[in-house]
Each structure stands twice: as C-alpha cells, then as structure tokens.
Design a protein around this ligand. Structure first.
Ligand code: DAH
Length: 340
C-alpha cells in the first residue's frame, strides 16, 4: 500500500499536461470516481487497523497533492490560452487600423450646412412622403403645372394626395406655417423624381434648400449670401453669375452659375466650353407663398435658394456618373477614406 502511494506520488510529480485534453486525461486517471485515488480508498479496508491512521494520512496527503496540482495546471493552461503565450511577440508592429470612409454626398452636404450655419441658419427637416399642399399647392404651383404630372412625380396615394417630394422646398412651407418670421433655415434631404436612371439622371437625389424671411430682406442680401457660399465652397477665386429664370414660388427668380472650377473659366468639356456651370436656383419668396403660409407679405419679404448635392459633389470631386453615389461600390467609396 505504501509503495503504491509512493509510486502514484512520483507519477503525479512528473505530470505536466500541456493541452486541455491531456489535463482532462489526468483528471480521469487520478481524480475521477474510477480514478487511482478512489481505488486507494477502496483498498484502505484491507490495511491492518494499527496502520490505518498512518496510511490514511498518507492517502489524504496524496489526494490533496493531486487536487492542488490539477487546479494549478488548469489555471496555468487557461492563462496561457488567454495571453496566447507562445505567440506573443511584443516587438511586432501593430495591425493597421482600417479607417472608415464617409459618403461623398454626406461630406458635401455637411459642408454646405456648415457654411450656412455660420451665417445663422438652422437645420430644418420634413417628411419624404409629403402631401400635395406642401410640395406644390402652398408653393404656388398652378393646377396644370407639368411638375404635377405622373411623368415627373411619384404618386403614393390619391386620397389623401401623397407624393414622394420632388424638392426640399416643401420644408419651407412646413416651417413657415408653424410660426412667424424671422425664419432662417437650411433644409437638407432626399428627393424623388420619375426619371430613367442614367449617368446624368436618377430617380432619387439630394437637395439643400435655404430660406430667409424677415422684415426688409432684399435681393441684395440674397446675392451677398450666394457670393459668400460660392467662395466658401469653391475658393475665393470663384465668380458668380445670376441669370433670370422662373420658379412658381419665387419672384423674381434666378439661376446661379459659378465660374467653372475645373478649367478656371477657360472653357472645358464639363462647362460645355462656356466657362460657367449652373449650381442652384433662387429668388425672392413669392408673396403668394408667404400668404398661403399665414405670413403678412406686406410686412415681410424673404429669399429662398435650392441646390442639388450631387451636382456640387460632382464639381468638387469630379464624379462623372450619378449612379456611383448609390451603388455602394467599395472601390468608389474607399477613395473618400479619411476625407474630413
Ligand atoms: N425647388 C427647385 C428645384 O427643385 C430649386 C429651387 C429653385 C429652390 C429656386 C428654391 C428656389 O428655393 O428659390 O429645382
């Protein structure tokens, strides 16, 4: 019996399992119900009475030893697994952290918003599914205006008449009907038009609308803000040009061109050799629009302007195909990594 105990003690001392499987094997062999230690306790019955005390102490000591060793080995194995012990090389260079990229349209939209917020404009938003009143009626669109045609507009329902908004000008009337001037808002958002998708047109795109209504707002204020915007966005060399135009909700109305920032005004394919590119529509808010939103048009005047974010982005980043903006092609998107 004593010899057996000695032998087991020696075996245990030599054991150094390196894997979880080997450790489990050790547990089964020595510490489980059918293990060597329990077998010793069974044999204990045969030990003569006068030796029982001494032998019992030896077996208990062995059992303690085995349990401690098992616990210690288990802990060591777990620790080394966590730290990856053998493979830990502190001198190795770190893994590069991949930088995310921001969508170019978001970069440009935020830049536009930033320019206007520095002038005191606040962001206002409205729904993309909008009623006829906010998209057309309140903005002075005549009953038979072509924009109200199915060819241009996606209709969602007839009663009530809901459409996918075709422009962010709808946010103007939403804001104006809810209060009284002064209003100084900038409205970014997605808009929809029933167009065939190609490199130059898409059925959805993005706009930013700006509106300023207060006492004594004039066309000169509008021109000044446009000039400031163009130069902040495209550089101080940029020139602007206003051409008379027509929109139902502004009178007078204009379109603004900037000197082509690709050829610097010399003339190139992008500006169709004119040296100018159109970037937005604008004008003085039509008194009829103010009145339909409950604002006294004798007391207040205002200007509004609206631009396409894709167009500005094309000018900034020279993206030649509109479809790239919505296709989620990583080869395209990754080019904007770490931009801003
Ligand atoms: N809503 C016009 C469009 O979608 C853009 C626009 C033109 C907005 C003139 C305005 C404006 O606020 O005054 O084409």
């Amino acid at each position: 019996m004593r010899q057996k105990i000695q032998a087991l003690k020696a075996q245990l001392a030599e054991l150094a399992p390196e894997t979880a499987e080997a450790l489990e094997e050790m547990r089964l062999k020595y510490l489980s119900k059918k293990g060597a230690l329990n077998a010793l306790f069974a044999d204990f019955k045969l030990v003569p009475n006068e030796e029982k005390k001494e032998v019992g102490a030896l077996i208990n000591e062995l059992k303690q030893l085995a349990t401690d060793k098992y616990a210690e080995l288990k802990e060591r194995l777990e620790n080394s697994r966590q730290k990856g012990d053998a493979s830990l090389d502190l001198s190795r260079t770190a893994y590069p952290m991949p930088l995310g990229s921001r969508h170019p349209l978001h970069i440009v939209r935020d830049e536009i918003i930033n320019i206007f917020s520095r002038l005191g404009f606040n962001v206002a938003e409205g729904p993309e599914i909008e009623d006829d009143w906010h998209v057309f009626e309140s903005l002075n669109f005549a009953e038979d205006h072509p924009a109200r045609d199915m060819q241009d507009t996606f209709f969602v329902s007839h009663t009530p008449e809901l459409v996918l908004r075709t422009h962010t000008s709808s946010v103007q009337s939403r804001v104006m009907e809810q209060g009284q001037p002064p209003f100084r808002i900038i409205c970014p958002g997605r808009v929809y038009r029933n167009e065939a998708i190609s490199a130059r047109a898409h059925c959805f795109f993005h706009q930013v609308e700006a509106l300023y209504v207060d006492e004594k707002v004039t066309f000169a204020d509008l021109r000044q803000v446009l000039m400031h915007f163009a130069q902040e966005m495209f550089g101080t060399e940029t020139k602007i040009r206003l051409r008379p135009s027509f929109f139902p909700f502004t009178e007078p109305s204009a379109e603004m061109d900037i000197s082509c920032n690709i050829c610097g005004g010399e003339g190139c394919g992008f500006c169709k050799h004119t040296g100018w590119v159109e970037i937005l529509g604008c004008g003085m808010v039509d008194p009829a629009v103010l009145e339909s939103c409950g604002i006294d048009s004798k007391k207040y005047t205002g200007y509004a302007l609206g631009m396409g974010v894709e167009r500005i982005t094309n000018l900034k980043y020279r993206v030649s195909d509109l479809r790239l903006f919505s296709e989620n092609d990583l080869r395209f998107l990754r080019q904007f990594t770490a931009a801003h």
